[in-house]
Design a protein around this ligand. Structure first.
Ligand code: HEM
Length: 508
C-alpha cells in the first residue's frame, strides 16, 4: 500500500510523481538512443565516386553491403536502393514520406527550384502541377497529341534518309519538334531553331546542377553569401549565368504562345488550354510557365536516350531487328507507316521496346527523392532529409530477375515464347520512377517511342558501321553520367528498306 500512497495523497507526493516521470522518460530516452537502429551499411570514409555509370558502382557496393546502402557525401546522407523490393517498400508503399525532393541551394541560385522535377512535395504548386500534367498529357488526353508526334516522325524519317550519319541530331530534333508543338503550339522549322537552341543550353546546365553532392554550397548553404571575388566562389558566376538562361528558356516560348493566342492563331496546345481555361492570375501563369518548361526539359533527352539505345541494339542484334520488321510487315503491311492503334497487335515490337527500357534505363537513378521524416526499414535507420536514389539500372540488371542481363533479348518479355514460360517483370514499372513522383510524361513518352521505333523499323535497316576495309566495327559504348544518361561513341549505317518506298514519300 505504501508504494501506492502517492496516488491517494497527490499534493504531498507531487514532487515524487514529477521526479519519477522524469526518471522514466530519461531511462526510455537513454535506452532508445542506445538501441537506435544503425544506418544501412555502406562504404565509409572519403569516397571516390566515378562520374560515368555511377549506378554500376552502386550495384557493385550492393553486392558487398546489401540492397540498401548508406554513405555520406560532403554533409549529405545518401541512401541507394538497389532492389525492386526496397523501392517498392519505401518509394511505393511509403510514398507519402518518400516523395519529397532534396533542397538544393544551387538549384535555387540558378532559378530552377520551381521546376516540377524539383518542387518539394509539400509545396502547393506540386499537386497543382501534377494535376495539370495529368489533364494535358496523361491517359486519354495524350491522344490529342498523336498527330503532332506523327508529323515529327515523318520529318525524322526523311532526315534519316537524307543524312543518316547525323541520326543523333535528327532524333533529338524530332523529339524537340513534337514537344514544342504539343506544349507551346510552336512549329520548329529548322535544325537550328532559336527557341530549341535556348532550351537545349538550359537543359545542359540543369543536368549538371542537379547532381546530388556535386556542389559544396548544397552541403554548406551559408557559402551562398561569400563574395564573388572570394577564392572558390566560381559557382556564383556559374549560377548567375544559368539563372539568366533559365529565365530566357522558360519565358520566351511562353511569350510567343501568348502572342499567338491573342492573335487568335493558336494551335490546341498544352499552354493554350491552360491559359484560356482558367481564371488566370499571376500565380497560375507562373505555374504554367515553369511546368511547360519542365515538360520540355524532362521530355527530350529521356526519349533521345531510349531511341539511341534502340539504334545501338538494332545494329548489334540483326535477328531481333528482322523479327520485328516481319511482324510489322505482317500486321501493318508495307504501304503505310504504323499508327498508334496498331500497337496492341504488335507483341514483339512491344517486347522490343520494353527491352530498350530495361537494357539501359534513360534515367538510371531516377531523379533524387528525399524522405520527409525519420524512418526505419529492415532494422535500419533512415534519417529524415536523406537523399534517396533508386538504382533503376541495378534493378533491371538483377540476374535473379533478368537472367543474362547484358544480353538484349526481347523474348524475355514474352510469356510462352520458345525460351520463356513466364514473362520477366515489365521494366516500365521501374524506368518511369515511383510513387507520387512517377514520370509526369510517361503516356506521352510511350506514344512517341512506339511511333518512332515502329516507323524506323518499317522503313530502315540499321547495321554496324564499317571501317575503311569494309569490316564491321563492334561499337564500344559508354553511357554519360547525369540524371539522363545517353550512349556515346557509336555510329551505325542506316539504309532504307526496299519496302519503305510505298510507306513514305521521301521528298514531299
Ligand atoms: C523514355 C522516356 C522517359 C523516361 C524513361 C522518364 C523517366 C522519368 C523518371 C525516372 C522520372 C523521375 C521519377 C521519380 O523521381 O521517381 C521522371 C520524372 C518526370 N518526367 Fe519523365 N521520363 C520520360 C519521358 C518524359 C516525357 C516525354 C516527359 C514530358 C513530356 C516527362 C516529364 C517528366 C516530369 C515533368 C517529371 C517530374 C515529375 C515529378 O517530379 O513530380 N518525362 N521521368
Amino acid at each position: 500500500m505504501e508504494a501506492l500512497s502517492w496516488l491517494i495523497d497527490p499534493i504531498s507526493k507531487g514532487w515524487t510523481l514529477y521526479g519519477l516521470i522524469i526518471a522514466i522518460v530519461s531511462v526510455v530516452l537513454v535506452v532508445s538512443s542506445r538501441r537506435q537502429k544503425p544506418f544501412p551499411p555502406g562504404p565509409r570514409g572519403s569516397l571516390s565516386l566515378g562520374r560515368k555509370e555511377i549506378w554500376r558502382q552502386y550495384a557493385g557496393w550492393a553486392k558487398e553491403y546489401g540492397p540498401v546502402i548508406y554513405f555520406k557525401s560532403n554533409q549529405l546522407d545518401i541512401i541507394v536502393l538497389n532492389t525492386d523490393r526496397a523501392v517498392h517498400d519505401l518509394l511505393g508503399l511509403r510514398s507519402k514520406w518518400y516523395s519529397d525532393r532534396p533542397t538544393s541551394t544551387m538549384l535555387q541560385l540558378v532559378g530552377q527550384d520551381k521546376a516540377l522535377t524539383r518542387l518539394r512535395s509539400q509545396d502547393p504548386r506540386f499537386s497543382i502541377s501534377r494535376r495539370i500534367a495529368r489533364e494535358e498529357m496523361g491517359g486519354k488526353a495524350v491522344l490529342r497529341h498523336v498527330e503532332a508526334v506523327e508529323t515529327s516522325v515523318k520529318v525524322l524519317l526523311k532526315n534519316l534518309f537524307s543524312t543518316p550519319a547525323e541520326f543523333r541530331k535528327h532524333i533529338r530534333n524530332a523529339q524537340s519538334r513534337s514537344i514544342m508543338k504539343v506544349i507551346y503550339g510552336y512549329s520548329v522549322e529548322s535544325d537550328d531553331d532559336r527557341y530549341v537552341k535556348i532550351i537545349e543550353s538550359w537543359m545542359q546546365s540543369n543536368n549538371s546542377a542537379a547532381r546530388p553532392g556535386a556542389w559544396l554550397v548544397d552541403s554548406y548553404p551559408l557559402l551562398r553569401f561569400i563574395p564573388h571575388w572570394f577564392p572558390g566562389a566560381g559557382f556564383k558566376k556559374y549560377a548567375l549565368e544559368r539563372r539568366k538562361s533559365t529565365e530566357e528558356a522558360i519565358s520566351k516560348p511562353l511569350s510567343w504562345a501568348k502572342s499567338e493566342i491573342s492573335a487568335g492563331r493558336a494551335y490546341h496546345s498544352f499552354v493554350l488550354k491552360q491559359l484560356s481555361s482558367q481564371e488566370l492570375d499571376a500565380e497560375h501563369e507562373d505555374i504554367i510557365k515553369f511546368l511547360s518548361g519542365t515538360m520540355y526539359l524532362a521530355g527530350v533527352d529521356t526519349v533521345l536516350s531510349a531511341m539511341l539505345t534502340f539504334f545501338l541494339a538494332m545494329s548489334l542484334e540483326p535477328e531481333v531487328q528482322k523479327r520485328a520488321q516481319k511482324e510489322i510487315n505482317d500486321v501493318v503491311g508495307s504501304d503505310r507507316l504504323p499508327i498508334i492503334t496498331d500497337r496492341e497487335r504488335l507483341p514483339y515490337v512491344n517486347a522490343l521496346i520494353k527491352e530498350v527500357y530495361r537494357y539501359h534505363p534513360p534515367a538510371p537513378l531516377a531523379v533524387p527523392h528525399s524522405v520527409s521524416r525519420h524512418d526505419t526499414y529492415d532494422g535500419m535507420s533512415i534519417p529524415r532529409g536523406s537523399i534517396i536514389l533508386p538504382n533503376i539500372w541495378a534493378i533491371t540488371h538483377d540476374e535473379s530477375v533478368y537472367p543474362n542481363p547484358s544480353k538484349f533479348d526481347p523474348n524475355r518479355h514474352l510469356a510462352g515464347d520458345k525460351t520463356n514460360n513466364v514473362a520477366q517483370p515489365d521494366p516500365r514499372n521501374f524506368v518511369f520512377g515511383f510513387g507520387r513522383r512517377v514520370c509526369a510524361g510517361m503516356d506521352f513518352a510511350e506514344v512517341a517511342i512506339f511511333l518512332q521505333i515502329s516507323s524506323t523499323l518499317a522503313t530502315f535497316n540499321i547495321f554496324k558501321e564499317r571501317d575503311a576495309e569494309g569490316r564491321e566495327i563492334i561499337p564500344e559504348v559508354e553511357y554519360t553520367g547525369g540524371i539522363v544518361s545517353l550512349p556515346e561513341g557509336f555510329g551505325c549505317r542506316i539504309v532504307p528498306r526496299a519496302e519503305a518506298k510505298d510507306a513514305i514519300v521521301w521528298d514531299s
